[in-house]
Design a protein. Structure first.
Length: 77
Protein backbone atom coordinates (compact mmCIF):
# COMPACT_ATOMS: atom_id res chain seq x y z
CA UNK A 1 0.00 0.00 0.00
CA UNK A 2 1.22 3.43 -0.90
CA UNK A 3 1.03 5.90 2.01
CA UNK A 4 2.12 9.52 2.12
CA UNK A 5 1.79 12.61 4.31
CA UNK A 6 -1.63 13.48 2.93
CA UNK A 7 -5.13 12.36 3.81
CA UNK A 8 -7.68 11.98 1.04
CA UNK A 9 -11.41 12.11 1.66
CA UNK A 10 -14.59 12.02 -0.37
CA UNK A 11 -16.76 14.89 0.82
CA UNK A 12 -20.08 16.51 -0.02
CA UNK A 13 -21.76 19.79 0.91
CA UNK A 14 -24.63 19.51 3.36
CA UNK A 15 -27.88 21.49 3.19
CA UNK A 16 -26.35 24.21 5.38
CA UNK A 17 -23.23 24.39 3.19
CA UNK A 18 -20.87 22.56 5.56
CA UNK A 19 -18.57 19.97 4.07
CA UNK A 20 -19.12 16.44 5.37
CA UNK A 21 -17.15 13.26 4.86
CA UNK A 22 -19.05 10.69 2.85
CA UNK A 23 -19.87 7.61 4.95
CA UNK A 24 -20.46 4.17 3.45
CA UNK A 25 -21.62 0.90 4.95
CA UNK A 26 -18.86 -1.68 4.53
CA UNK A 27 -19.13 -5.13 6.14
CA UNK A 28 -22.21 -3.95 8.10
CA UNK A 29 -20.24 -1.04 9.62
CA UNK A 30 -20.43 2.64 8.77
CA UNK A 31 -17.03 3.94 7.70
CA UNK A 32 -15.96 7.37 6.46
CA UNK A 33 -14.42 7.37 3.00
CA UNK A 34 -11.07 8.78 4.11
CA UNK A 35 -7.56 7.34 3.95
CA UNK A 36 -3.87 8.14 3.60
CA UNK A 37 -3.45 5.20 1.23
CA UNK A 38 -3.84 6.04 -2.46
CA UNK A 39 -4.84 2.47 -3.33
CA UNK A 40 -7.64 2.49 -0.74
CA UNK A 41 -8.94 5.80 -2.09
CA UNK A 42 -8.99 4.35 -5.61
CA UNK A 43 -11.05 1.40 -4.36
CA UNK A 44 -13.41 3.75 -2.48
CA UNK A 45 -14.19 5.69 -5.66
CA UNK A 46 -16.88 3.24 -6.79
CA UNK A 47 -18.55 3.48 -3.36
CA UNK A 48 -18.45 7.26 -3.56
CA UNK A 49 -19.97 7.25 -7.05
CA UNK A 50 -22.76 4.86 -5.99
CA UNK A 51 -23.59 6.89 -2.87
CA UNK A 52 -23.58 10.14 -4.82
CA UNK A 53 -26.00 8.70 -7.38
CA UNK A 54 -28.35 7.23 -4.75
CA UNK A 55 -28.43 10.37 -2.60
CA UNK A 56 -28.21 12.91 -5.45
CA UNK A 57 -25.02 14.44 -4.00
CA UNK A 58 -22.16 16.30 -5.59
CA UNK A 59 -19.12 14.50 -4.20
CA UNK A 60 -15.53 15.62 -4.50
CA UNK A 61 -12.18 14.16 -3.54
CA UNK A 62 -10.08 16.45 -1.36
CA UNK A 63 -6.52 16.22 -0.13
CA UNK A 64 -5.53 17.32 3.36
CA UNK A 65 -1.97 17.78 4.56
CA UNK A 66 -1.46 15.82 7.77
CA UNK A 67 1.51 17.82 8.96
CA UNK A 68 0.45 21.33 9.85
CA UNK A 69 2.20 24.02 11.78
CA UNK A 70 -0.09 25.86 14.19
CA UNK A 71 0.92 29.02 16.03
CA UNK A 72 -1.01 28.70 19.30
CA UNK A 73 0.15 32.19 20.26
CA UNK A 74 -2.63 33.51 18.04
CA UNK A 75 -5.19 32.05 20.44
CA UNK A 76 -3.66 33.49 23.62
CA UNK A 77 -4.03 37.13 24.62
Amino acid sequence: MQHNNSMYAYIYSGVDGTENTLIATVDNQEKPLISSCVDEIKHMSSLAIDLAAKRNLKVKLVKYQREQEIDFGLFVK
